[in-house]
Design a protein around this ligand. Structure first.
Ligand code: MN
Length: 326
């Protein structure tokens, strides 16, 4: 997916862990319309003013379940990315992915589509005609400085289902509870979907060097004793060896993310991650010149073959630059 805000702010993000390891910090979602004539809303919990990174995870969009049989669902035209990986993970529905390195793949529930943008890539995402219910998450991982100019590539992985007490675990990045994938990562990371039955408690072992986030998709959930409402994100600082998920009424679905603090300052704007304002200015200029103005189809962002329609122009750059935040 793309950041389709019409006037995105530039964000300077630094890794910080300002809460005590014993605390659970609650981050509220904000509603972001994806724009276009058939607008779809997403709930964004990262980045935000209070916190911008969990390990390398730097962007969490959560959407649905939406009945898209009438609205037409998701239709994101070709758009660029730099310096990051996109992680597409669905609970229901189907999305068709095409990119400028020639990939053409379906995103389906329980299957990871991982796109490493590195130096630069472009892609389109369209929910299929058969999709009536669209529900899932789109996540981004910021690449460490040493890897951020890597050549772009695409991967598809299907994790086996693991068990953790009463919970079903699908680990799409890293490994947990006998589930995992060989997804390529550039800093230590964990990403997993947990389905926890009503009325049960599950203890999740953690890597103490990681910070973690728990996004609640469904269910009456407490994380280590702290209630976490639907679509909210619980943040846990490094230094914990486990967390407890307690579920009341209704089966719960959660996304657990973790990673070693990135320890680098990143600059995010629109669909680009760089290390400076100038990086972002250069990426925007190359996208506009090579693709939108049709200057060089073999340029940095290439061409998405098979998409019926025009690529997405970049918004205007903001005139005000934001102060660092973490
Ligand atoms: Mn995208």
């Amino acid at each position: 997916m793309s950041n389709l805000e019409s006037d995105p702010a530039e964000l300077v993000a630094t890794a910080t862990a300002t809460v005590d390891p014993g605390e659970v910090e609650i981050l509220e979602p904000r509603d972001v319309p994806l724009g276009g004539p058939r607008a779809m809303n997403v709930r964004r919990t990262l980045p935000q003013r209070r916190r911008s990174l969990i390990g390398g995870w730097c962007f969490i969009d959560h959407y649905g379940p939406d009945d898209v049989s009438a609205s037409g669902g998701m239709r994101v035209p070709p758009h660029p990315h730099t310096g990051l990986q996109t992680v597409s993970w669905l609970f229901s529905g189907e999305i068709e992915h095409r990119d400028s390195v020639g990939s053409h793949a379906m995103v389906r529930p329980g299957e990871l589509n991982l796109m490493t943008a590195g130096h630069g890539i472009s892609h389109s995402e369209v929910s299929t005609a058969a999709t009536t219910r669209l529900h899932g998450v789109q996540l981004w991982v910021a690449l460490p400085s040493a890897s951020r100019d890597t050549a772009p590539f695409f991967e598809h992985h299907v994790p086996v289902v693991g068990r953790l007490g009463d919970a079903e675990v699908r680990t799409f990045v890293g490994s947990l509870a006998g589930s995992g994938t060989a997804a390529t990562v550039f800093s230590p990371l964990l990403g997993a979907e947990l389905i926890v039955p009503a009325g049960s408690t599950v203890r999740v072992p953690l890597d103490e060097s990681f910070e973690h986030g728990v996004l609640v998709d469904a269910g009456d959930v407490s994380v280590s004793g702290v209630p976490v409402a639907r679509a909210h994100l619980a943040y846990l600082a490094p230094g914990r060896s486990a967390l407890d998920i307690t579920v009341g009424d209704g089966d719960a679905r959660l996304i657990l993310l973790g990673g070693r603090p990135l320890g680098e300052q990143i600059v995010m704007w629109w669909n680009f991650i760089g290390r400076s304002h100038d990086d972002v200015v250069r990426s925007r200029a190359e996208w506009q010149a090579d693709v939108i103005a049709g200057g060089d189809a073999a340029g940095r962002f290439g061409e998405v073959a098979g998409y019926d329609g025009s690529a997405l122009p970049a918004p205007e750059l903001p005139t005000v630059r934001l102060k660092p935040r973490g």
